[in-house]
Design a protein around this ligand. Sequence first.
Ligand SMILES: [Zn+2]
Length: 122
Amino acid sequence: MVEQFAKLHPCDPCESCRFEAWQRIVGGRLRWEESQECTAYGFIACGGGWGPPPPWVRERILAEEGAVRLAVGGPDGLPLKAVRELYGLTLPELIAAREHGIEATPVEARMLTSAEGTAGPG
Ligand SMILES: [Zn+2]
């Protein structure tokens, strides 16, 4: 029946294809979900996982919801530790993030900005 589950695209995205990707925070952890449904080919695939989404999912979320540019490090920036943990950055990537900031999705931004104030009100 559905042997290609979440593995290969059975068709190039056509008019009947609906692709959705979104993120949410579950128990303080970042989670992503995606679903593809093609009514023409009768195909449904779902995927999801913890942490930052794969690049193609993330690009779609950024395209739909917009990117939030965040400063990293310094008095006004996000804690380096939180950024590194969320994205699993290597040290060179972390240094680049500190210099240039990062582009986060709105949900990632909420996750990162709330991480530093977990002990405070709100
Ligand atoms: Zn299709």
